[in-house]
Design a protein around this ligand. Structure first.
Ligand code: MTE
Ligand code: MO
Length: 311
């Protein structure tokens, strides 16, 4: 049993008594749902295998990219700006203990240990395409669960129109944060309906194994119809807001990166076309698909919106 007894919860973890009581209520409800076997992800080491089921319905039938490529060609500026740095330096990151702060427009705010976050969820494998704005792509067998299932547990209020995510800020371990290449900590956001979409997932592993640090351990977002940078890594905070939250790449270069960032071959990046992509491991470039091939599932979210304006 990993639910802490009140006596073992440090007072520093508790904002006030009301939050503490709501947190207990949250833990009881999640335990009371009678849900499935708990996989102790947080304590597991990179490379350890994860119990999971396959979700064929939400999976692409394309062949996954090699594990070696997915874990050695990364974007994770907290460990440096080139693709090789994350695999070199991310082992410095301590992912245990890990907690996530939930705040803003929700009935059950608080600081939750990762174990408590994961406990009621069945881990699923979903094979998704990932398309980076830099025109390369991969096919990744993620392991995780729908963000919607987690969000519902916190009971967002009617004021919750957007969800903001924040990455850890720990420059001693995340050595890329020692330089001001981006506004740290990295932040991202989704509109509530995007966050609640069944394709949107929180991932804790890939290829049947615990998430490698360079891919965003211990828990990261995956939004397969958006450019890769929306899929924020190593999340420590989820906030529910009424206003559209700021996002790191939009703050850094607003004319190049908008809030929505849907994969769209018809809207060029100001410095390059987005029509083609190079699938890692393949030689010929292939056409980029609208919404990264997920149009049937997500196009309705943007009905009536001018996708040139809302890029
Ligand atoms: N915190 C954080 N999250 C991040 C990034 C980053 O630099 N920092 N890079 C993003 C970009 S640009 C991409 S393409 C994906 C890459 O994920 P992968 O390395 O697991 O393939 O992570 C995204 N999430
Ligand atoms: Mo990216």
């Amino acid at each position: 049993m990993l639910i802490k007894k009140p006596a073992t919860i440090k007072s520093s973890e508790i904002t006030d008594e009301a939050i503490y009581l709501r947190r207990r209520e949250f833990l009881q409800t999640s335990a009371g749902l009678g849900l499935l076997p708990f996989v102790k992800t947080a304590a597991a080491k990179t490379g350890a295998s994860l119990q999971h089921v396959k979700n064929a319905k939400l999976s692409s039938s394309e062949k996954p990219t090699a594990y070696e490529s997915i874990t050695s060609y990364n974007n994770f500026y907290e460990f440096g700006t080139d693709k090789e740095s994350p695999a070199k330096y991310a082992n410095r990151l301590t992912t245990e203990p890990w907690s996530i702060v939930i705040d803003g427009a929700v009935n059950k705010p608080g600081r939750y240990q990762l174990e408590d976050i994961l406990k009621p969820h069945t881990l699923e494998e979903r094979i998704y395409r990932l398309r980076c704005v830099e025109r390369w792509s991969m096919v990744v067998p993620w392991i995780g669960f729908s963000l919607a299932d987690l969000i519902k547990r916190f009971e967002p209020t009617s004021k919750a129109k957007y969800v903001q995510f924040t990455t850890l800020y720990r420059p001693k371990e995340m050595i890329g944060q020692q330089r001001g290449v981006l506004n740290w900590p990295y932040v991202e956001g989704l509109r509530m309906d995007e966050a609640m979409h069944p394709l949107t997932m929180l991932a804790v592993g890939l290829y049947g194994k615990v998430m490698p640090n360079q891919n965003g351990a211990p828990i990261r977002l995956v939004v397969p119809w958006k450019y890769g940078y929306k899929s924020i890594k190593s999340i420590v905070k989820i906030s529910f807001t009424e206003q559209e939250p700021p996002t790191t790449w939009n703050l850094s270069a607003p004319s190049e990166y908008g809030f929505y960032s849907n994969v769209n071959p018809q809207v060029d990046h100001p410095r390059w076309s987005q029509r083609k992509e190079r699938r890692i491991g393949e030689f010929l470039r292939r056409d980029t698909l609208m919404f990264n091939g997920y149009a049937d599932e997500v196009a309705h979210l943007y009905k009536g919106m001018d996708l040139r304006k809302y890029y």
